[in-house]
Design a protein around this ligand. Structure first.
Ligand code: AMP
Ligand code: ZN
Length: 667
């Protein structure tokens, strides 16, 4: 029989390969379900045999380690930057400089690549295993962010094929548009200020201390350069092909061309097509293809002579800064917004641009009346990229970030280490209150039919609605006199509010709008704590002990329940009959299940493990996590741990197969 260690190695290799097929080749050969089952089997084995721990196991993708300070480590080969060009003219001059060194007769081919806009990374592989990941840093030394990089699915942890013993590979960690937008949708739902662009979000993600959080970010990694001694390649284009063979993600957009003409075609093609790419690029990179020629050309102090970037001009337009206004979000975050003299950019009229925060204003040293450059890249909100120094506003019109809330006039606060200012007058600040009610009724929260965001604003300003619980105090007579409130819509609205009392606890919890408590976290909290009282009584430690709840979330929950007005609100909601505890639905208690203790192990064909557990509970059974003399049934799925089985046999506990289980239910 296969011993444990060989089995572990086999499983790990299979999973590495399936991971590659899925993330690199985009051509999976097993279902997600099968993949998860294999992964769980591996995880189970690893839990039971910690002596065979492997830091590069596919189970390590979920992260786990927390790094307080990233070590700074010297690059074995410096990471250079690239010289930039903006015109084809400059490329002709570049080729002339090259030919001066290589000789007029030299035949030069070029590899043309996209210039991915993310964070550069250097990966070290030894015997096919990823052993280190360094940021570019200052080019001479960078930060070791290995644990974080291991969570990125497109970074292979184990290579395949004829890779060299030891080498480095450079690339870019990027955040594709889709993932970026998803992250921002989530931020919006949580009432947090949005991320400004994928590049900053990618590099910010890499510096998170908790690698589990990095694992949740939809990052990707594209590779474009090899470094090392005696590599089995003689050109850049070959390097890309080889890297692809070894299991790296190398986009197939790269082209080998034999003249500047070919380079220009590549530039023109992507000038137009880059809008269609699922990720952002900020130009293209042209590299002399032959490594022998690269060696002859060498480096300047800053950049290789054999490579150059061609940057596309982002469409920037000059206009005038007419003023700055401030928006207060549901959580009290204050975002400055530039009011611009309207201009046409990429086909749309732009009147406003985000200024993000106080630092941004200070950096630009803005004055009202300044001529500013506004850019609209991709689908992001337009941004101000600079000030025209020849056309400044008057010095006395310097923009100073406000000190008090524009809506409720209370003093703003800024938490150390955060860029955002907050209005902390949660209960008395109109946009925060309106925003909170709008969030509460929104589709993903209480989903109250017949009531929309605008009506909430209207009712608030009429003085009928001043916080969440007022929703449940609304009377027909108050609403009928209002504009656009016919009898029918009033009835619908009241009916919708009444129905919302049946919404499950997790939705109510999400609807409360506690900072950082999004949909998923709310579900998790509802399941683990079971009731609002349990949450009100939970300490920081209790909360952190829960999977997926980090310090930031935990602290925010403790703060929330530390405020009297919030507890008052909850009392009110309770008195109106909202669901403030998790209901365990006992469908119909089945006598074969009632009071019986079940241990569930392995994977099942027709159920997920979670589903089967909740079914058992709904039939009156009790779920236990380990086998003991008190266990009545061990429900054994595929790949169940042999030690559990042995223990159950020794204790003479009934072992049920999936089929036995179905018959036990009486089906
Ligand atoms: P810059 O930061 O403007 O000096 O440009 C150099 C950076 O471009 C490198 O450090 C890489 O992070 C990035 N880059 C993106 N795509 C490529 C590519 N295909 N080849 C080389 N560098 C690239
Ligand atoms: Zn305020």
């Amino acid at each position: 029989m296969e011993d444990i260690q060989s089995k572990l190695i086999r499983l790990r290799n299979e999973l590495h390969e399936h991971n590659r097929l899925y993330y690199i080749e985009d051509a999976p050969i097993i279902s997600d379900f099968e993949f998860d089952a294999l992964l769980r089997e591996l995880q189970d084995l690893e839990n039971r045999y910690p002596e065979f721990y492997d830091s590069n196991s596919p189970t390590q993708r979920v992260g786990g380690g927390v790094t307080k300070n990233f070590n700074t480590i010297a690059h074995r080969y410096p990471m250079y930057s690239l010289s930039n060009t903006y015109t084809k003219e400059e490329l002709v001059q570049w080729e002339e400089r090259i030919k001066k060194i290589l000789g007029e007769e030299a035949e030069v081919s070029y590899t043309c690549e996209l210039k991915f806009d993310g964070a550069s990374i250097s990966l070290t592989y030894e015997q096919g295993r990823l052993i280190q990941a360094l940021t570019r840093g200052d080019g001479v030394q960078g930060d070791a962010i290995t644990a974080n990089v291991k969570t990125i699915n497109t970074v292979p942890l184990q290579l395949k094929g004829d890779y060299p013993e030891f080498f480095e590979i450079r690339g870019e960690i990027i955040l594709p548009w889709e993932g970026f937008h998803k992250m921002n949708e989530k931020r919006a739902a949580e009432g947090e200020p949005l991320y400004s662009n994928p590049r900053n979000t990618a590099s910010g993600s890499l510096k998170l201390q908790d690698s589990r959080l990095v694992a949740e970010r939809p990052l990707s990694c594209f590779l474009y350069a090899l470094a090392g001694e005696q590599l089995p390649i003689s050109s850049q284009f070959e390097a890309l092909q080889k890297a692809r063979e070894w299991g790296f993600k190398v986009p197939d957009s790269a082209r080998l061309v034999h003249s500047l003409e070919g380079v220009f075609e590549f530039i023109d093609h992507w000038e137009e097509m880059r809008q269609e790419l699922p990720y952002e690029i900020d130009g293209i990179v042209i590299k002399v293809n032959a490594l022998s020629q690269q060696q002859e050309l060498g480096f300047t102090a800053k950049a290789p002579r054999w490579a150059i970037a061609f940057k596309y001009q982002a469409e920037a337009v000059a206009t005038v800064l007419e003023g700055v206004t401030y928006q207060v979000g549901r959580t009290g975050s204050v975002t400055p917004v530039a009011q611009l003299k309207p201009v046409l950019i990429s086909g749309t009229i732009v009147k406003r641009a985000s200024l993000h925060n106080a630092d941004q204003i200070a950096k630009l040293a803005l004055r009202i009346g300044d001529a500013v450059f506004v850019e609209k890249g991709g689908e992001i909100i337009p941004k101000i990229t600079g000030v025209d120094s020849t056309s400044r506003g008057r010095i006395e019109n310097k923009v100073e970030f406000i000190t008090h809330c524009p809506e409720c006039h209370s003093e703003l606060e800024r938490i150390d280490g955060e860029a955002q200012h907050y209005c902390v007058n949660q209960s008395g600040c109109p946009p925060q209150q309106i925003g909170k009610i709008q969030h509460f009724i929104s589709r993903k929260a209480m989903d109250i039919e017949g009531l929309g965001g605008e009506t909430v604003g209207l009712l608030y300003h009429e003085g009928i609605l001043s916080n969440l619980s007022d929703l449940y105090r609304l009377e027909k007579e108050q609403l009928l006199p209002l504009e656009r409130m016919a009898e029918k819509s009033v009835n619908n609205l009241l009916e919708g509010i009444k129905k919302s009392k049946e919404k499950p606890f997790s939705k109510v919890l999400f609807g409360l709008g506690i900072r950082f408590v999004g949909e998923t976290v709310a579900k998790r909290l509802a399941n683990s704590f079971g009731s609002i009282e349990a949450l009100q009584n939970a300490t920081l430690e209790d909360l952190i002990a829960e999977d997926d709840i980090g310090e930031r979330i935990a602290q925010s929950i403790v703060n929330y329940f530390g405020q009297e007005e919030n507890n008052k609100l909850i009392e009110d909601l309770k008195s109106f009959g909202l669901q403030l505890e998790q209901i365990k639905l006992i469908k119909k208690v089945n006598s074969a299940f009632e009071g019986k203790r079940f241990v569930v192990s392995g994977v099942f064909e027709k159920y997920s493990r979670e589903d089967i557990k909740s079914e058992i509970e709904s039939l009156g059974g009790i779920i236990a996590s380990s086998v003991s003399s008190k266990t009545d049934f061990l429900l054994a799925g595929e790949g169940m741990g042999p030690s559990k089985k042995a223990k159950a046999e020794a204790l003479k506990i009934t072992i049920l197969s999936e089929q036995d289980y179905t018959s036990l239910k009486g089906e």
